[in-house]
Design a protein around this ligand. Structure first.
Ligand SMILES: Nc1ncnc2c1ncn2[C@@H]1O[C@H](COP(=O)(O)OP(=O)(O)OP(=O)(O)O)[C@@H](O)[C@H]1O
Ligand SMILES: [Mg+2]
Length: 259
């Protein structure tokens, strides 16, 4: 089964499109739970195999990826979608969003079961328990706070399906896979950055209060996508990079010891 051909271009099709093979599912979703912002619409429309969202707190990362996952589950019968986060409780938040949107799936603990055979499962944060799983979509929420070990143990679940990897978080420390992917800016990834200024629901007045409450560094991490130096990091990545002048070429000196 090829999922490439079926990934939706517009989430708005959720409210209008009635797929003949899943009529009972489409019919029950009357309208979108909210009007996506332009950047959120970009996320919904993205067909990228690897998608990373680095956004302000409360921008709507989980809400929009929940909508994208719901759309995928509905439009791809027997889809397997896995969600991991810093804890099982946090991974389950995405399931809560979906349950708020629609009564279509049945909730069984940490799983949502769809009438078309699709399944969305929230995973515990235990790398050893992820072997044997296969997925068409792997979602990592709060990725800046997820251990590299878990990330590395999970990505092979997409190997046999050539599936989709959606990684989302607020900025964290300057380390770990989320920071690496975000700072490498590889063309293999569709990277979406959104600060609090890109969120119409976060007011200037609220931000001013948060700035005082949290202090400048934490405020900028939480709302403006600025990664912080880790506690055991002596200096920032920018300072280290500035120490390397790439224009200087390596020179090898030959010493003849006369042996
Ligand atoms: N376009 C939108 N219109 C109206 N409400 C929205 C929109 N996008 C998100 N929301 C609402 O904003 C709130 C925050 O969304 P969500 O929890 O997804 O944010 P988040 O970025 O994941 O936050 P956190 O960083 O705390 O995890 C939710 O109540 C969600 O329904
Ligand atoms: Mg969230």
């Amino acid at each position: 089964m090829s999922y490439d051909a079926q990934i939706p271009r517009k989430i708005s099709s959720l409210s209008t499109e009635r797929k003949s093979h899943t009529p009972e599912v489409s019919l029950e979703i009357e309208e979108l739970p909210f009007q996506p912002d332009p950047l959120q619409q970009q996320v919904l429309d993205s067909p990228a195999k690897q998608l990373l969202l680095c956004c302000s707190r409360q921008w709507g990362k989980t809400a929009i990826i929940a909508l994208k996952a719901l759309h995928f589950a509905i439009n791809n019968p027997k889809a397997r979608i896995l969600i991991a986060s810093a804890s099982l409780r946090q991974a389950s938040v995405l399931l809560d969003h979906i349950v708020d949107y629609t009564t279509v799936p049945t909730r069984r603990g940490d799983k949502l079961l769809f009438p078309n055979g699709s399944r969305i499962t929230a995973l515990p944060q235990a790398p050893k328990t992820t072997r044997g799983l296969t997925a068409h979509v792997l979602i990592i929420d709060e990725a800046a706070f997820v251990d590299d070990d878990l990330f590395e143990s999970l990505t092979p679940v997409l190997a046999s399906t050539n599936g989709y990897l959606w990684v989302l978080s607020t900025a964290g420390d300057q380390r770990g896979f989320f920071y690496q992917i975000y700072s490498n800016q590889s063309p293999d990834w569709h990277i979406v950055k959104a600060t609090a200024d890109d969120c119409p629901r976060i007011t200037k007045e609220y931000l001013a209060r948060e700035r005082v409450l949290r202090g400048e560094q934490r405020y900028r991490r939480e709302y403006f996508c600025e990664f912080q130096h880790g506690r055991i990091q002596f200096t920032s990545r920018e300072v280290v990079e500035a120490c390397f002048d790439m224009s200087v070429k390596e020179e090898r000196i030959h010493i003849d010891y006369g042996t």
